[in-house]
Design a protein around this ligand. Structure first.
Ligand code: SAM
Length: 279
Protein backbone atom coordinates (compact mmCIF):
# COMPACT_ATOMS: atom_id res chain seq x y z
CA UNK A 1 0.00 0.00 0.00
CA UNK A 2 1.72 3.18 -1.19
CA UNK A 3 1.71 6.19 1.08
CA UNK A 4 3.96 9.12 1.86
CA UNK A 5 6.67 9.63 4.50
CA UNK A 6 7.31 13.11 5.78
CA UNK A 7 10.44 13.39 7.89
CA UNK A 8 9.99 14.76 11.40
CA UNK A 9 13.41 16.41 11.84
CA UNK A 10 13.30 18.80 14.83
CA UNK A 11 16.95 19.74 14.13
CA UNK A 12 16.21 21.07 10.66
CA UNK A 13 14.18 24.01 9.26
CA UNK A 14 13.07 21.76 6.41
CA UNK A 15 11.55 18.30 6.26
CA UNK A 16 11.63 16.07 3.20
CA UNK A 17 8.47 14.39 2.04
CA UNK A 18 8.75 11.10 0.15
CA UNK A 19 5.72 10.07 -1.91
CA UNK A 20 5.11 6.66 -3.57
CA UNK A 21 6.73 4.98 -0.59
CA UNK A 22 5.94 1.75 1.23
CA UNK A 23 6.70 1.25 4.92
CA UNK A 24 8.03 -2.29 5.40
CA UNK A 25 9.05 -2.10 9.06
CA UNK A 26 8.13 0.01 12.06
CA UNK A 27 9.01 -0.63 15.69
CA UNK A 28 9.90 1.26 18.85
CA UNK A 29 13.15 0.18 20.46
CA UNK A 30 14.15 1.18 23.98
CA UNK A 31 15.71 4.33 22.44
CA UNK A 32 13.93 5.35 19.24
CA UNK A 33 11.40 4.58 16.53
CA UNK A 34 12.94 2.48 13.75
CA UNK A 35 11.33 2.52 10.31
CA UNK A 36 12.30 0.97 6.98
CA UNK A 37 10.76 2.04 3.68
CA UNK A 38 10.95 1.04 0.04
CA UNK A 39 11.09 3.84 -2.53
CA UNK A 40 11.25 3.59 -6.36
CA UNK A 41 14.24 5.97 -6.60
CA UNK A 42 16.03 5.81 -3.20
CA UNK A 43 15.69 2.04 -2.74
CA UNK A 44 15.47 1.16 0.95
CA UNK A 45 15.41 3.95 3.52
CA UNK A 46 16.26 3.71 7.25
CA UNK A 47 14.66 6.34 9.49
CA UNK A 48 15.18 6.80 13.23
CA UNK A 49 12.65 8.89 15.14
CA UNK A 50 11.29 10.02 11.76
CA UNK A 51 14.67 11.24 10.43
CA UNK A 52 16.28 9.63 7.36
CA UNK A 53 19.61 7.98 8.32
CA UNK A 54 20.48 6.33 5.04
CA UNK A 55 19.14 5.27 1.67
CA UNK A 56 20.60 2.42 -0.37
CA UNK A 57 20.76 4.88 -3.30
CA UNK A 58 23.28 7.28 -1.82
CA UNK A 59 24.66 5.96 1.53
CA UNK A 60 28.11 5.35 0.03
CA UNK A 61 28.77 9.10 -0.36
CA UNK A 62 28.34 9.54 3.40
CA UNK A 63 30.12 6.38 4.59
CA UNK A 64 33.10 6.75 2.23
CA UNK A 65 33.55 10.43 3.10
CA UNK A 66 33.14 9.85 6.84
CA UNK A 67 35.69 7.01 6.98
CA UNK A 68 38.43 7.31 4.33
CA UNK A 69 39.91 10.77 4.89
CA UNK A 70 40.86 9.76 8.46
CA UNK A 71 41.88 6.22 7.51
CA UNK A 72 44.11 7.37 4.62
CA UNK A 73 45.64 10.13 6.70
CA UNK A 74 46.81 7.63 9.30
CA UNK A 75 49.87 5.72 8.01
CA UNK A 76 48.90 2.43 9.65
CA UNK A 77 45.40 2.35 11.22
CA UNK A 78 45.08 -0.91 13.18
CA UNK A 79 42.72 -0.28 16.12
CA UNK A 80 39.56 1.61 15.16
CA UNK A 81 36.49 2.61 17.18
CA UNK A 82 33.15 3.57 15.63
CA UNK A 83 30.55 5.16 17.91
CA UNK A 84 27.00 4.85 16.54
CA UNK A 85 27.09 3.38 13.06
CA UNK A 86 24.66 0.53 13.83
CA UNK A 87 23.76 0.21 10.13
CA UNK A 88 27.24 -1.16 9.42
CA UNK A 89 28.14 1.21 6.56
CA UNK A 90 31.13 2.72 8.37
CA UNK A 91 32.32 -0.75 9.46
CA UNK A 92 32.19 -1.87 5.81
CA UNK A 93 34.39 1.05 4.77
CA UNK A 94 36.89 0.66 7.67
CA UNK A 95 37.40 -3.03 6.83
CA UNK A 96 38.56 -2.06 3.33
CA UNK A 97 41.86 -1.01 4.98
CA UNK A 98 44.25 -3.98 5.18
CA UNK A 99 46.11 -2.71 8.28
CA UNK A 100 42.94 -2.85 10.41
CA UNK A 101 43.20 -5.48 13.16
CA UNK A 102 40.14 -4.56 15.23
CA UNK A 103 36.98 -2.48 14.93
CA UNK A 104 35.16 -1.66 18.17
CA UNK A 105 31.56 -0.74 17.27
CA UNK A 106 29.87 1.04 20.19
CA UNK A 107 26.19 1.23 19.25
CA UNK A 108 23.71 1.89 22.05
CA UNK A 109 20.71 0.36 20.25
CA UNK A 110 21.08 -3.30 19.29
CA UNK A 111 17.66 -3.14 17.61
CA UNK A 112 19.17 -0.89 14.92
CA UNK A 113 21.79 -3.55 14.20
CA UNK A 114 19.11 -6.26 14.14
CA UNK A 115 16.85 -4.33 11.75
CA UNK A 116 19.75 -3.42 9.44
CA UNK A 117 20.97 -7.03 9.34
CA UNK A 118 17.49 -8.01 8.12
CA UNK A 119 16.64 -5.15 5.74
CA UNK A 120 20.07 -3.79 4.68
CA UNK A 121 22.21 -6.95 4.45
CA UNK A 122 24.64 -5.48 1.90
CA UNK A 123 25.40 -2.55 4.20
CA UNK A 124 25.24 -4.41 7.49
CA UNK A 125 27.01 -7.70 6.63
CA UNK A 126 30.49 -6.40 7.61
CA UNK A 127 29.37 -6.22 11.22
CA UNK A 128 29.74 -10.04 11.32
CA UNK A 129 33.46 -9.84 10.44
CA UNK A 130 35.64 -11.52 13.12
CA UNK A 131 37.64 -8.28 13.49
CA UNK A 132 34.50 -6.48 14.71
CA UNK A 133 33.59 -6.33 18.40
CA UNK A 134 30.08 -4.98 19.04
CA UNK A 135 29.53 -3.11 22.32
CA UNK A 136 25.93 -2.28 23.17
CA UNK A 137 26.47 0.93 25.16
CA UNK A 138 26.40 4.69 25.05
CA UNK A 139 29.64 5.87 23.46
CA UNK A 140 30.47 8.41 26.12
CA UNK A 141 29.96 5.92 28.96
CA UNK A 142 32.09 3.36 27.13
CA UNK A 143 35.04 5.76 26.99
CA UNK A 144 34.53 6.86 30.59
CA UNK A 145 34.72 3.30 31.91
CA UNK A 146 38.03 2.21 30.43
CA UNK A 147 41.13 3.49 28.64
CA UNK A 148 42.26 2.66 25.12
CA UNK A 149 44.76 3.69 22.45
CA UNK A 150 42.81 3.76 19.22
CA UNK A 151 44.48 4.83 16.00
CA UNK A 152 41.23 6.19 14.51
CA UNK A 153 37.98 7.14 16.26
CA UNK A 154 34.81 7.73 14.22
CA UNK A 155 31.47 9.11 15.40
CA UNK A 156 28.66 8.08 13.06
CA UNK A 157 25.75 9.18 15.23
CA UNK A 158 22.28 10.60 14.88
CA UNK A 159 21.68 14.35 15.32
CA UNK A 160 22.84 16.12 18.50
CA UNK A 161 19.34 16.40 19.94
CA UNK A 162 18.71 12.97 21.36
CA UNK A 163 21.05 10.37 22.87
CA UNK A 164 23.81 11.59 20.52
CA UNK A 165 23.88 15.06 22.13
CA UNK A 166 26.75 14.15 24.46
CA UNK A 167 28.86 12.99 21.51
CA UNK A 168 29.35 16.60 20.42
CA UNK A 169 30.59 18.07 23.72
CA UNK A 170 34.11 19.29 24.54
CA UNK A 171 34.11 16.82 27.45
CA UNK A 172 33.48 13.95 25.03
CA UNK A 173 36.20 15.21 22.69
CA UNK A 174 38.62 15.30 25.64
CA UNK A 175 37.72 11.65 26.30
CA UNK A 176 38.39 10.87 22.64
CA UNK A 177 41.75 12.66 22.87
CA UNK A 178 42.65 10.59 25.94
CA UNK A 179 41.73 7.33 24.20
CA UNK A 180 43.57 7.96 20.95
CA UNK A 181 47.15 6.77 20.45
CA UNK A 182 49.91 9.37 19.99
CA UNK A 183 49.29 9.57 16.21
CA UNK A 184 45.52 9.23 16.61
CA UNK A 185 42.89 10.76 14.36
CA UNK A 186 39.26 11.57 15.15
CA UNK A 187 36.39 12.30 12.76
CA UNK A 188 32.69 12.94 13.30
CA UNK A 189 29.74 13.75 11.16
CA UNK A 190 28.94 17.32 12.25
CA UNK A 191 25.69 18.32 10.51
CA UNK A 192 24.91 20.90 7.80
CA UNK A 193 27.16 23.93 7.28
CA UNK A 194 24.15 26.04 6.34
CA UNK A 195 21.37 24.77 8.59
CA UNK A 196 23.54 24.10 11.65
CA UNK A 197 26.33 26.69 11.42
CA UNK A 198 26.42 27.46 15.20
CA UNK A 199 26.72 23.73 15.92
CA UNK A 200 29.52 23.23 13.39
CA UNK A 201 31.31 26.29 14.79
CA UNK A 202 31.16 24.87 18.33
CA UNK A 203 32.43 21.47 17.21
CA UNK A 204 35.34 23.06 15.34
CA UNK A 205 36.23 25.31 18.29
CA UNK A 206 36.07 22.39 20.72
CA UNK A 207 38.40 20.34 18.55
CA UNK A 208 40.80 23.24 18.02
CA UNK A 209 41.13 23.56 21.83
CA UNK A 210 42.22 19.93 22.12
CA UNK A 211 44.04 18.79 18.99
CA UNK A 212 47.16 19.92 17.14
CA UNK A 213 45.31 19.91 13.82
CA UNK A 214 41.58 20.18 13.21
CA UNK A 215 39.57 20.98 10.10
CA UNK A 216 36.15 20.83 8.50
CA UNK A 217 35.48 19.17 5.19
CA UNK A 218 32.17 18.92 3.37
CA UNK A 219 30.25 16.65 1.06
CA UNK A 220 26.95 17.12 -0.75
CA UNK A 221 24.50 14.59 0.69
CA UNK A 222 21.13 14.79 -1.03
CA UNK A 223 19.10 12.93 1.57
CA UNK A 224 20.25 14.84 4.66
CA UNK A 225 18.42 18.02 5.50
CA UNK A 226 20.64 20.90 4.43
CA UNK A 227 22.56 18.74 1.92
CA UNK A 228 25.87 20.60 2.51
CA UNK A 229 27.10 18.13 5.10
CA UNK A 230 30.18 18.61 7.26
CA UNK A 231 32.70 16.28 8.75
CA UNK A 232 34.94 17.53 11.54
CA UNK A 233 38.36 15.90 11.69
CA UNK A 234 41.10 16.27 14.31
CA UNK A 235 44.60 14.84 14.38
CA UNK A 236 47.43 14.62 16.90
CA UNK A 237 50.17 14.55 14.29
CA UNK A 238 49.36 13.94 10.62
CA UNK A 239 47.73 16.65 8.53
CA UNK A 240 44.31 15.21 7.55
CA UNK A 241 44.33 17.28 4.37
CA UNK A 242 47.06 15.00 3.02
CA UNK A 243 46.73 11.37 2.00
CA UNK A 244 49.60 9.58 3.75
CA UNK A 245 49.69 6.36 1.76
CA UNK A 246 48.71 4.90 -1.60
CA UNK A 247 44.92 4.77 -1.94
CA UNK A 248 43.98 1.20 -2.77
CA UNK A 249 40.55 -0.39 -2.59
CA UNK A 250 37.11 -0.30 -4.16
CA UNK A 251 35.41 3.09 -3.69
CA UNK A 252 32.41 4.42 -5.58
CA UNK A 253 33.25 8.05 -4.91
CA UNK A 254 36.26 8.61 -2.61
CA UNK A 255 39.66 9.30 -4.18
CA UNK A 256 42.77 11.29 -3.16
CA UNK A 257 41.52 14.19 -5.29
CA UNK A 258 38.06 14.09 -3.66
CA UNK A 259 39.76 13.87 -0.23
CA UNK A 260 41.91 16.95 -0.72
CA UNK A 261 39.26 19.02 -2.46
CA UNK A 262 36.64 18.34 0.24
CA UNK A 263 38.34 20.63 2.78
CA UNK A 264 37.13 24.19 3.26
CA UNK A 265 39.34 26.94 1.81
CA UNK A 266 41.63 28.41 4.54
CA UNK A 267 39.70 31.70 4.60
CA UNK A 268 36.41 29.93 5.31
CA UNK A 269 38.02 27.52 7.81
CA UNK A 270 39.54 30.42 9.73
CA UNK A 271 36.26 32.36 9.69
CA UNK A 272 34.38 29.24 10.86
CA UNK A 273 36.66 28.62 13.85
CA UNK A 274 36.68 32.28 14.82
CA UNK A 275 32.89 32.36 14.70
CA UNK A 276 32.93 35.01 11.98
CA UNK A 277 31.05 33.03 9.34
CA UNK A 278 27.75 34.76 8.86
CA UNK A 279 25.24 33.14 6.62
N1 SAM B 1 24.51 8.18 9.01
C1 SAM B 1 23.62 8.67 10.04
C2 SAM B 1 23.78 10.15 10.23
O1 SAM B 1 24.78 10.70 9.83
O2 SAM B 1 22.84 10.75 10.75
C3 SAM B 1 23.88 7.90 11.30
C4 SAM B 1 23.35 6.51 11.18
S1 SAM B 1 23.61 5.41 12.51
C5 SAM B 1 22.23 4.40 12.31
C6 SAM B 1 23.29 6.41 13.94
C7 SAM B 1 23.39 5.54 15.17
O3 SAM B 1 23.90 6.28 16.28
C8 SAM B 1 22.03 5.00 15.64
O4 SAM B 1 21.99 3.60 15.44
C9 SAM B 1 21.96 5.37 17.13
O5 SAM B 1 21.39 4.33 17.92
C10 SAM B 1 23.42 5.60 17.45
N2 SAM B 1 23.67 6.46 18.63
C11 SAM B 1 23.12 7.68 18.89
N3 SAM B 1 23.61 8.17 20.05
C12 SAM B 1 24.52 7.25 20.52
C13 SAM B 1 25.37 7.20 21.66
N4 SAM B 1 25.37 8.20 22.56
N5 SAM B 1 26.17 6.12 21.82
C14 SAM B 1 26.15 5.10 20.91
N6 SAM B 1 25.36 5.09 19.80
C15 SAM B 1 24.56 6.16 19.61
Amino acid sequence: MYSSFSEKDPFSPVNYNYSDIIEIHNEDSEFQQIQVFEHPFFGRILALDGVTQLTTKDEFFYHEMLVHPAMFTHPKPQQVIIIGGGDGGSVREVLKHPYVESVTLVEMDMKVIEVCQKFFPKISESINDPKVQIISQDGLKFLQNDSFAFDVAIVDSTDPIGPAKDLFSEYFYALIDKNLDTDGIFVTQSESLLFHLPHVTRVQQNLKNLFALSFCYTQALSTYAGNWWTFSIASKRFDPRQVSRKVQGEFRYYSPEVHMKAFLPDSIQDALVSGKLDW
